[in-house]
Write a protein that binds this ligand. Structure first.
Ligand code: SAH
Ligand code: DHB
Ligand code: MG
Length: 241
């Protein structure tokens, strides 16, 4: 199988099931014209995000990594009228392009963009009392994925759906000796998903116009406090030795 075939089949699927959309197509054109890297999810992956958010009936969404707002617009379109998506972006130029795309999509009231490094803005969100979110999409710098997962857990409730992009990396993810910090960040993230008793997770490989990659998905099954040793002891009316 070749990239050419994956791209052709993605085009077939997209032509059938993801009709041309002036707003979404325009967001990609504007992002490209502004020199943003083509790191957005593909159209059929964007629609998958929309469907997952709809299946989950998400009202509040957190996205880490906005770029030009392409995945943001897909996710925002899943929301009911009283819903809201907060999206985090470190690069001011990306944020500017995204805000224009989001405004053209008529979603300026639904999308709140926070400019800044996510490891700075996530604690701010928590301190301001945001969350728990119904759905959290992790798609920023991959070396920080282990930290983003811990923040996602903090901003979750039982039932929160956590999705992470780019967890296969053309198969490089299985190379334990890789010196690529992106691969190491994803490997550590996947290991945390495996070890974390508060989530039930899986990952799927994807091929298509964006090459060979994958999505990880986790559902939160218990809160931090439900899982903590302190609470277990407290429930049993015991004291810490
Ligand atoms: N979700 C987007 C693609 C995001 S690409 C889509 O599918 O359309 C990754 C984005 O994360 C880039 O815009 C990059 O600037 C941003 N990013 C990188 N490091 C970051 C950080 N530390 N905090 C917040 N955003 C970051
Ligand atoms: C790339 C792709 C992504 O989906 C992403 O979030 C970041 C980078 C890439 O192709 O390099
Ligand atoms: Mg991505």
């Amino acid at each position: 199988m070749t990239q050419q075939q994956w791209t052709a089949v993605d085009r077939y699927i997209t032509d059938l099931l993801v009709p041309p959309d002036p707003v979404l197509d325009g967001a990609l054109t504007a992002s490209d014209a502004a020199g943003l890297p083509p790191h957005n999810v593909s159209p059929n992956q964007g629609k998958l995000l929309l469907l997952l958010a709809q299946i989950h009936q998400a009202r509040t969404i957190l996205e880490i990594g906005t770029l030009g707002g392409y995945s943001t617009i897909w996710l925002a379109r899943s929301l009911p009228s009283d819903g809201c998506i907060i999206t985090l972006e470190a690069n001011p130029k990306h944020a500017e392009v995204a805000l224009a795309n989001i405004a053209r999509a008529g979603l300026a009231d639904v999308v709140k963009l926070r400019l800044g490094r996510a490891l700075d803005t996530l604690p701010q969100l928590a301190a301001e009392g945001h969350g728990p979110f119904d759905l959290i999409f992790i798609d920023a710098d991959k070396p920080s994925n282990p930290d983003y997962f811990l923040w996602a857990l903090k901003l979750s409730r039982p039932g929160t759906l956590i999705i992470a992009d780019n967890v296969v990396r053309q198969g490089a993810v299985i190379d334990a000796t890789s010196e690529d910090p992106n691969v190491q960040g994803i490997r550590r993230f996947n290991e945390m998903l495996a070890a974390e008793p508060r989530v039930s997770a899986t990952a799927i490989q994807t091929v298509g116009s964006k090459g060979y990659d994958g999505f990880a998905m986790a559902i939160v099954t218990a809160t931090e406090s439900e899982g903590s040793t302190f609470d277990k002891l407290y429930e049993k009316n015991m004291t810490l030795a």
